[in-house]
Design a protein around this ligand. Structure first.
Ligand SMILES: [Zn+2]
Length: 297
């Protein structure tokens, strides 16, 4: 009995007794010693429809995680991993938790951070228009559907790390005629919300690439007119609508500031302007929010 008790005590404490083994230094895939694991969000306060940057440091393997139920797509950066993420326009104001888990089987590190979502106060515009503009004909509807399918095919690309190295730039000088999130109430009914930013411009004025990337679509569309879409990696696409001219072809690599085409009023535009939109994953975000991210920092 006494021997059994002694053996049981030995098994419980182990050969080293109650002294814990020194903690193992955590190393990354290349063998470099890692700092303390941390998770941060930039900026810490956003509006619904904004893009933001999630930064994980001190992890030996890429993290996986979600925010507001949407998966984060991480890519490696010096010293850690980053993901460009976004919130839907319908996100309720309040505090959101960002949670990630290191994707290793043995003792994965779990990290969390908080994201403050502010009340957006999107302006509302009430318009009275002829019913034909609110209810398009079956022919127009079919062409819009074909355009939608072509855009879906063009942007159905595998996730890749950023194809750019620095921050995003405006495609035109920043003078706006329409803001992201503007609500349009047609004939007393909330018909649409503006998923882009409208830049002032005269026909023929230059439209430039917001960052380095690859042209994935150049198409004459029913609603958006002559349209160019650029894929930037990190799940980011920029779109340029209503062009009078397009100077790039599909598959072409472009650099930030490269001339893509010219301002026009093609498609269903009320007058010459550039409609510019930014997609992060499957969400159209406020292009201004992308400009604030410390990308490549
Ligand atoms: Zn617009």
């Amino acid at each position: 009995m006494r021997i059994l008790l002694a053996l049981a005590l030995l098994a419980a404490t182990g050969p080293g007794g109650l002294v814990a083994a020194p903690p193992q230094r955590r190393r990354d895939g290349e063998g470099a010693v890692l700092g303390a694991p941390s998770l941060s969000v930039q900026p810490a306060r956003v509006r619904p429809g904004d893009a933001f940057l999630v930064r994980a440091r001190g992890l030996g393997a890429p993290p996986a995680g979600t925010v507001a139920g949407r998966p984060l797509r991480f890519f490696p950066v010096p010293g850690g991993y980053e993901a460009v993420a976004a919130l839907t326009l319908e996100t309720a104001p309040g505090t959101l938790a960002v949670r990630v888990t290191e994707a290793t089987s043995a003792a994965p590190v779990r990290l969390s951070a908080e994201l403050e979502v502010a009340e957006p106060h999107f302006p509302s515009k009430t318009l009275t228009v002829a019913p034909r503009f609110v209810e398009p004909s079956p022919e127009v509807r079919a062409r819009v559907e074909e355009d939608r399918a072509a855009i879906a095919r063009a942007t159905d690309v595998p996730f890749v790390p950023p194809l750019f190295r620095g921050p995003f730039a405006w495609p035109r000088p920043p003078a706006f005629t329409g803001r992201y999130g503007d609500q349009r109430v047609y004939n007393g009914r909330l018909a649409s919300q503006h998923y882009g930013l409208d830049f002032r411009g005269a026909p023929g004025d230059p439209v430039r690439a917001a960052n380095d990337g690859v042209v994935v679509l150049r198409r004459d569309c029913e609603a958006s007119g002559l349209t160019v879409i650029v894929h930037h990696g990190a799940g980011i696409f920029t779109s340029y609508f209503h062009l009078s001219r397009a100077l790039v072809r599909e598959g072409e690599r472009v650099e930030r500031g490269a001339l893509l085409g010219a301002v026009g009023s093609s498609g269903r535009a009320t007058g010459p302007h550039l409609h510019y939109s930014v997609r992060v994953g499957d969400l159209f975000v406020d292009p201004a929010s992308l400009m604030r991210l410390d990308l490549g920092a």
